[in-house]
Design a protein around this ligand. Sequence first.
Ligand code: GLV
Ligand code: GLV
Length: 300
Amino acid sequence: MNIWMGPGLLPAAGLHDELAGCEGLLCLLTDRIDASLIEANPQLRFIASMSVGVDHIDVKAATARGIVVGNTPGVLVETTADASFALLLAAARRLVEADRFVRGGHWRVENAWSPEFFTGKDVAGATLGIVGLGEVGQAVARRAAGFGMKVLAWNRTPRNVPGVEAVELDELLAASDFVSINLALGEETRNLIDERRLALMKRDAVLVNTSRGGIVDEQALADALSHDRLAAAGLDVFEREPVPEDHPLLSLPNVVATPHIGSATEATRIKMADMAALNMLEALRGEPMPHCVNPEVYPS
Ligand code: GLV
Ligand code: GLV
């Protein structure tokens, strides 16, 4: 058994070396498991990722080779929905900008309190559009109900959820004061929120993304935010992670950025680790993985 203990992430070349001869791999979302890695390891039988998203794994290539791929759904739902709402509130009420203002000594220097001082947007009573009404999207909807929000949602396969109005994506973007992205990244969702769709959003709307950066065209988002075509964004995920320091989104005061910490509570991370370990142990014993994203690899 090879275990990477750090420090830091296991570099791609290191993963290549460590995997030689291994039947199974327990990995993180930072490990890229592409077709060439899979092809270089014909002995590999299963991959258990400590994540719900599996966009870092070429599942198609794995399936073609009969490799079982497991993930950790369910246990991070409420934690991630909390993160979506935290970003939504922080962006709406300019919390991070205000914190920087206080710490920077500006409050004292400018002695500023005025009726317009740090005014943001009301969340209570506003319209929230949820893009992707899976488990996390539905948990976000439950939180929104507590804030008296009107909730719209779009899902690729329409879902009937009480208190949530199902609408087309373009309609959702045009009608929402807040848009929360709660969708897996895949071929159909890459760049889903592109320049045209961002232009449909209200000028004073706020975009929140805790799913995957690749779903949003970041350049178009930065353009919209810097030209007052969008009020603010709360982003936990980026197309490239770690996000480069000189990324155009990071120079904007109306962006709240966090480093992919949507599921980051101690309790949830323990549950995710347990679930990934259980997936791996069951696969090692020759049993079906309890949480498998490509069950078609098992003979029926
Ligand atoms: C987190 O982003 C996950 O996919 O678990
Ligand atoms: C705000 O703090 C108020 O007193 O109106």
